[in-house]
Design a protein around this ligand. Structure first.
Ligand code: ADP
Length: 307
């Protein structure tokens, strides 16, 4: 019997202008999973701690992603999975993605790496479809590959890896309220104006260029969302005020993490990130809603084996 322990990082999707295509990997917040090879074929989830989630393989994103992988290569063994959650489900920082990614990464390692990390995105997306109803890669790609990722296209799947500037830090403030992904999708309009589209793709290009050239000012100017944020922010109490507090304290930019309710900010340098996190915390206390806040360097590696 072989067994490995894995760190499965949280992630921030969308990053204001890059709805459904951009994401980044966080460093010091994530789940742990233990995956073990067993003689009996199939996938069994044997233990979940830290969250009330289904143990049934077909009802858990980890199980669904793992099944997608083993159905592809049909190994002569099976796998047991333990999930130890630190990322709350429905937080908007890629809780479901962390489980999907951990499962496919761990099994791939135990099988001697038949797939590259990039190829694993496809299987992890199958798990994400269980959580949100659509196969999207904006959280699983950064959790698997680290740094920033751009989903250039889905047909065929084309993921672009972008290294993070070394001094970039991310903050994620998670208000303890529930925003269902279906509700966050329902407030969106299916049509957008040409004017908004032009603004948005200018910002996506600016953000990518800023990341590639370590231009923090350009990164900050590009963290603007004229399409999704104005419609979704009404679901997050105190959003405008805490965003303003982050910007006043020197954040490069701030917006909704994934489909919310988490609110993210990007900062240059650790000291600035700490100051911004204090300003955001002080401000969010005014809402009376309890919250968690995480300050993290951008994780350059993604999911990994730990001891
Ligand atoms: P998040 O952005 O935090 O991942 P989602 O709404 O996309 O939030 O996913 C959470 C949903 O996925 C919840 O309904 C949860 O019950 C379901 N789910 C199933 N398995 C898992 C798992 N292993 N980890 C997290 N969520 C899971």
């Amino acid at each position: 019997m072989k067994e490995i322990k894995i760190f499965c990082p949280a992630s921030i999707a969308n990053l204001s202008c890059g709805f459904d295509v951009l994401g980044l990997c966080l460093d010091n917040i994530g789940d742990e999973m233990i995956i073990r090879t067993v003689a009996e074929r199939g996938i069994r989830i044997t233990k979940i701690t830290g969250a009330d989630l289904p143990l049934e393989t077909e009802k858990n994103v980890a199980g669904v992603a793992a099944l997608a992988l083993i159905n592809e290569i049909n190994p002569g063994c099976g796998f047991e999975i333990e999930i130890h959650k630190n990322i709350k489900a429905g937080s908007g920082i890629g809780s479901s993605a962390a489980s999907a990614v951990g499962a496919v990464f761990g099994i791939n390692e135990l099988l001697g790496k038949p797939f590259s990390r990039k190829e694993l995105v496809y299987f992890a997306m199958k798990g994400e479809a269980l959580a949100s109803g659509s196969e999207h890669a904006d959280n699983v790609a950064p959790a698997l590959l680290g740094g920033f990722t751009l989903v250039r296209g889905y047909e065929p799947l084309d993921i672009v890896q972008i290294e993070s500037p070394s001094e970039l830090f991310a903050i994620a403030l998670h208000p303890q309220i529930e925003v269902k992904t279906v509700d966050a999708r329902a407030v969106l309009h299916p049509m957008i104006s040409l004017k908004s589209a032009i603004t948005q793709w200018g910002n996506v290009g600016g953000l990518i260029a800023g990341l590639c050239t370590n231009d923090y000012e350009l990164i900050g100017r590009s963290l603007q969302d004229v399409i999704v944020e104005p419609l979704r922010k009404v679901l997050i109490p105190g959003f405008d005020d805490v965003k303003l507090a982050a910007l006043k304290a020197g954040a490069l930019g701030s917006g909704i993490s994934g489909s919310g309710p988490s609110i993210f900010a990007l900062c240059k340098g650790e000291e600035n990130a700490k100051n911004v996190s204090i300003a955001m915390s002080e401000n969010y206390k005014n809402t009376g809603i309890s919250f968690d806040i995480h300050v993290s360097r951008v994780n350059p590696i993604g999911v990994k084996i730990i001891n």
